[in-house]
Design a protein around this ligand. Structure first.
Ligand SMILES: Cc1ncc(C[n+]2csc(CCOP(=O)(O)OP(=O)(O)O)c2C)c(N)n1
Length: 655
């Protein structure tokens, strides 16, 4: 059965003239034991909520996964797909991509992400089991991680978090082959992984990764553990290849016809390329059939849940929001703001919004990377989620932004929960690879990122984001929100929650901002991405476009211009991406016809030309910030109502 994987991997890579045969050939025995004897799944329903998760963290070994999905009969995974490995539009892209291929749990390729994502999957399982009971939520998460996965820094954040949270149903196989691209692992690394994992609170053991009995015994031990388990499996990369096995030559290129012929001989595999003999195919199909009664029994148990709880479970796993409840909460929140306007920082506005949203949406799981009091992500009464209470809803991620963001991806992919987090916007750099993957995977994760400009003040340039809004806006499919007041803040929250196929960043201030939207408006005005927040009295000569904390500044500039006899309008742009996606006539209406367009944002100009044109004046940052009280900084860097008014007058030739 393992040789079937090896043969498919080397043949597919050969046909594609690119790919990685070494890992699938080396890890075939581990995968065979896991999938044929332990893993709970049913190819007839790849999205079955109570399936075990398998994460191929070393995504370059994708042919391992595709071979398994083919041999197990996953929908659409035909031999034609295997033959079209790495070709446009196939179900078999170079690295495994969730949303492309049924049976692929998460997109992997950037090493370290898979293992860190799996931690979130295992955590979501524990949480949902606490909420809905072990009858309907009782599954395990398995990871195959390579040397590269374990060398990447994010793996340290992930394993420390998993050990701390005692995620006993998480099992990591280390494909301990001692080989990387450059050659022997010892060129660059001597870490004893077993000791390392043990130090992080894991159970850890070594085994021969080519001995099915030893692998099975290790899995059985892991299943009984009260801690997450590492199984370091000693393997030979490219197992079976007569000359290239055990060397980097089998890692990432086709083996070549001669070597493949030699491997066929060594493995006793006498069948032509892409051909699986009937008896082997039959055994794999039998392995797949194991899941049928398990899924049926689960369906029966689900049927025995109280109807309301069953409905709730199904709603949650589908990812539907309780729309009418959510709308009612937001409406009453906005009515209250209209009656009692609030001058607060948007991070406080967000905390207030969460105070309303968290009780209404049980799927919200919050957290912060050790900045809970600064990010305001834990509304009053939200219980902690930890090893003593998986039913809690707020995670202390520790100072682990990257591990946090990856775990959030895992939670979102697992389903049943919507994770949101907190850190400073500046540290989006520390978790950017996971945010990018969330965008690629269409995962609904919500990052609350506070202290969003020089407006944070005294902490200085190390903490003041300047290029981060532009850098985040550059990621396709990511929504970057920057609300200007307390009303926009809850509207942005609503949009982030509704964005089923998008991750979001909500950038929030440390400093207080006036409430600009004082009249009640049932509509979510932020939904268009941009809107006129302060119209001109008559025919506008100037359009001032601003985001977040600079919108109130733009409104001040509008007044200064009025004193000089210049009619201006102010447009708030809480979300560039939604604005870019708006229909052309709506966009044209919002951009308006005023001859002068000015942009104001306490950040770099990059990305603004699409709104103000390449010759439109921009009032913002072009250098790093500085350490001082924030009002001094706004003056120092020339981000003031006066500067905006002057720029407009200059452009109009009225200075
Ligand atoms: C973050 C990241 N850096 C670099 C790479 C490129 N890369 C792909 S595989 C690999 C290392 C291969 O060694 P190992 O992880 O031991 O895999 P094996 O050789 O056993 O297949 C590297 C550097 C990557 N995929 N992700």
């Amino acid at each position: 059965m393992a040789n079937a994987i090896r043969a498919l991997a080397m043949d597919a890579v050969e046909q594609a003239k690119s790919g990685h045969p070494g890992l699938p050939m080396g890890a075939a025995d581990i995968a065979t034991v896991l999938f044929s004897r332990f893993l709970k799944f049913d190819p007839a329903d790849p999205a079955w909520p109570d399936r075990d998760r398998f994460v191929l963290s070393a995504g370059h070994g994708s042919m391992l996964l595709y071979s398994l999905l083919y041999l197990l009969g996953y929908p659409g995974m035909t031999i034609e797909q295997i033959k079209r490995f790495r070709q446009l539009g196939s179900l078999t892209p170079g690295h495994p991509e969730s949303f492309e291929t049924p049976g692929v749990e998460t997109t992997t390729g950037p090493l370290g992400q898979g293992i860190a994502t799996a931690v979130g999957m295992a955590l979501a399982e524990r949480h949902l089991a606490a909420e809905f009971g072990g009858d309907v939520v009782d599954h395990r998460t398995y990871v195959l991680a390579s040397d590269g996965d374990l060398m990447e820094g994010v793996s340290q954040e992930a394993i420390a978090l998993a050990g701390h949270l005692k995620l006993a149903k998480l099992t990591v196989f280390h494909d301990d082959n001692g080989i990387t691209i450059d050659g022997k692992l010892s060129l660059a690394d001597n870490v004893d992984q077993v000791k390392r994992f043990e130090a992080a609170g894991w159970a850890a053991m070594r085994c021969d990764g080519h001995d099915p009995q030893a692998i099975a015994a290790a899995i059985e031990t892991a299943q009984k553990s009260d801690r997450p388990t590492l199984i370091a499996c000693r393997t030979t990369i490219g197992f079976g290849a007569p000359h290239k096995a055990g060397t980097e030559k089998s890692h990432g290129s086709p083996l070549g016809a001669e070597e493949i012929a030699g491997a066929r001989k060594a493995l006793g595999w006498e069948y032509p390329p892409f051909t699986i003999p009937a008896d082997v195919a039959e055994r794999w199909r039998a392995a797949a059939a194991r899941g049928v009664p398990a899924r049926q029994a689960w369906t029966d148990r689900l049927g025995r849940l109280a109807p309301a709880q069953r409905e709730e479970f199904l709603r949650r796993t589908k990812g539907d929001l309780p729309e009418s409840r959510l709308d009612a909460v937001i409406r009453s929140f906005k009515e209250d703001l209209a009656a009692n306007p609030k001058t607060v920082a948007t991070r406080i506005a967000s905390e207030n919004a969460l105070g309303a949203l968290v009780p209404a949406l049980p799927e919200l799981i919050g957290g912060s990377a050790d900045l809970t009091g600064s990010n305001n992500t834990r509304p009053k009464g939200m219980p902690a989620l930890d090893a003593s209470d998986y039913g809690g809803r707020f995670i202390h991620y520790g100072i682990r932004e990257h591990g946090m963001a990856a775990a959030m991806n895992g939670m979102a992919l697992h389903g049943g929960v919507i994770p949101y987090s907190g850190t400073f916007l500046i540290f989006s750099d520390y978790c950017r690879p996971s945010i990018r993957l969330a965008a690629l995977m269409r995962a609904r994760v919500i990052h609350v990122m506070t202290h969003d400009s020089i407006g944070l003040g005294e902490d200085g340039p190390t903490h003041q984001p300047v290029e981060h809004l532009a850098a985040l806006r550059a990621i396709p499919n990511l929504l970057v929100f920057r609300p200007c007041d307390t009303v926009e803040t809850i509207e942005c929250w609503q949009l982030a929650l509704r964005a089923r196929a998008h991750p979001s960043v909500i950038a929030l201030t440390r400093q207080n901002l006036p409430q600009l939207r004082t009249a009640f408006d049932a509509d979510n005005r932020c939904a268009a991405g941009a809107y006129e927040i302060s119209p001109a009295k008559g025919r506008a000569e100037v359009s001032i476009f601003a985001t977040g904390s600079e919108v109130s500044l733009a409104v001040e500039a509008q007044k200064l211009l009025a004193e000089r006899g210049v009619d201006a309008r102010v447009v708030s742009i809480p979300c560039f991406e939604l604005f870019a996606a708006a229909p052309a006539p709506a966009r044209a209406r919002i951009l308006g016809e005023a001859p002068v367009r000015i942009g104001v944002e306490a950040a770099v100009r990059q990305g603004w030309d699409a709104i103000i044109g390449s010759d439109g004046p921009f009032v913002g940052m072009s250098t790093f910030g500085a350490s001082a009280p924030y009002k001094d900084l706004y003056k120092h860097f020339g981000i003031t109502p006066e500067a905006v008014a002057e720029a407009a007058l200059g452009k109009l030739g009225k200075r």
